[in-house]
Design a protein around this ligand. Structure first.
Ligand code: KE4
Length: 454
């Protein structure tokens, strides 16, 4: 999409130009490039509470929050204090530390299905390791994922549904071997019969089914009532390991993650983001009988120079300590519900058809294609639209989302630069920031409608 010029971004644009010379796409993770919103990316200089400032001094209310880790906002005093104290002792030892044991204990205590945990350095490492472990534990090769769910960038999961009748996978990225892709099957999120068909097709060789219990990577899509319970039942029936990828939902949806929220217990859970308090951490954990197969207690090899890094562990422990507070999640959910309701009112007032999915402090505003029946108003469109799977999510109007994003950014509201991401609310988003955001949304929805009318 053409990059639109915008005022007062000279330093960000200079840095982006320099970055493009030495870093692929000028960024260290693709979504940061702002490609789908037609702007030059903002280079962030600092954050504080619910706000960030870019290199040109522009201030924004931040709803990316580093894609999830910063549930307490930027520079939380407790997290910062813990980091300072850890730093005074050193940065890394390549040896075990007290903090790693304490963080593993806290995770096992919080997540009902987790008896043992291994710390790694990213969500990708967590899901990659969990799949290897599931294959070793079952002695099987095939895995099943769901279209629209993202589990990091390792080969076995950069797969999309194959064409034609067979649903075995094809690579969704060059560099992924075809014959590896054939081991990955793709089902439809929220469609139990599609999972039944895929499992029937994959036969008795399915090692694992991996799912985001609350899907955050096609935009936010919630599990329909009973869906997760059926996934659990079908895994039990075929002997596959059920892996919950809770990299987003872990400690986000509640202190016990999605597995507690929906009361569905996976065999393995993958974590990241929040448990590192803003530093690089991932984790995978689950039943003892499975986890003890991981080296050195078992034959499944997995290792990491900085796994359980003392700084990241200190930040993670401080983060979790501040989350295990009565009423914390309820307050966060209430803030986000108010934000979602305000946006719905703004969209309705402007006659822009949207579907806003929200759970806890996660939210996505899907801009619906304007294929409403003649005379159907925005409210009906939202009601009957319901974005509940990848097909519906991927039909969202990304051009209109980009227009909305730009209009919000101009008003100092920094949203995820992609229609297919979730927006994150933190405890640092106070009523003033939320009210400002709703006010800006009313203007941005009106702006979208006016742009369309031209
Ligand atoms: P990382 O390797 O990026 O730490 O985690 C991969 C991952 C695994 N599972 C889920 C459910 C995830 O959402 C992610 C990563 N999330 C994206 C945002 N949707 C990270 C942002 C980015 O890629 O820059």
């Amino acid at each position: 999409m053409k990059r639109m010029p915008s005022a007062n971004t000279r330093v960000s644009e200079e840095l982006f130009a320099r970055g493009c010379d030495v870093i692929p796409g000028g960024v260290n993770s693709p979504v940061r490039a702002f490609a789908s919103v037609g702007l030059s990316p903002r280079f962030i200089a600092r954050g504080e509470g619910c706000r960030v400032w870019d290199e040109d001094g522009n201030e924004y209310i931040d709803y990316v929050c580093s894609w999830g880790p910063l549930i307490l906002g930027h520079r939380h005093p407790g997290v910062e204090k813990a980091l300072h104290e850890a730093l005074l002792k050193g940065t890394t030892y390549g040896a075990s530390t007290r903090g790693e044991v304490e963080l593993a204990e806290k995770i096992a205590e919080a997540l009902p299905s987790v008896e043992m945990v291994r710390l790694v350095n990213s969500g990708t490492e967590a899901t990659m390791s969990a799949l290897r472990l599931a294959r070793a534990f079952t002695g099987r090769n095939k895995i099943v994922k769901f279209a629209g769910c993202y589990h990091g960038h390792h080969d076995s999961l950069l797969i999309k549904a194959g064409s034609g009748a067979l649903t075995f996978g094809v690579p969704s990225s060059p560099g992924v071997p075809e014959d590896l892709a054939r081991n990955t099957f793709t089902a439809v999120y929220n469609d139990v019969s599609s999972l039944e068909d895929v499992l029937a097709e994959a036969g008795t060789d399915v090692a694992a089914v991996i799912v985001e219990p609350v899907a955050g990577n096609m935009g936010l899509v919630l599990p329909e009532p009973g869906f997760l319970q059926e996934v659990r039942r079908l895994c039990d029936a075929c002997g596959a390991v059920l892996i919950f990828d809770e990299v987003i939902s872990g400690f986000r949806l509640g202190y016990g993650g999605a597995q507690s929220y929906y009361d569905v217990m996976p065999d393995l859970t993958c974590l990241g983001k929040i448990i590192g308090g803003g530093l690089p951490v991932g984790a995978y954990g689950g039943k003892r009988e499975i986890m003890r197969m991981v080296s050195p207690s078992g034959p499944v090899y997995q290792a990491g120079t900085l796994s359980g890094n003392p700084l990241a562990v200190a930040a993670g422990l401080a983060m979790l300590e501040n989350l295990a507070v009565s009423g914390f999640y309820e307050a966060l959910a209430a803030k986000t519900t108010a934000l979602a309701d305000g946006w719905r009112q703004g969209a309705r007032a402007a006659g822009v058809p949207v579907c806003i999915n929200q759970i806890g402090s996660l939210m996505t505003c899907f801009f619906l294609p304007d294929d409403r029946a003649e005379g159907e108003d925005a409210e009906d469109a939202e009601k009957d639209a319901g974005v509940r799977d990848f097909r519906r999510a991927s039909s969202a109007d990304t051009v209109r989302y980009a227009a909305f994003f730009r209009l919000m950014l101009e008003q100092g509201i920094y949203l995820p630069p992609s229609q297919f991401e979730a927006l994150f609310v933190s405890a640092a988003h106070d009523d003033g920031a939320l009210a400002r955001t709703v006010e800006a949304a009313f203007k941005a929805f009106r702006g979208c409608a006016l742009q369309e009318a031209r």
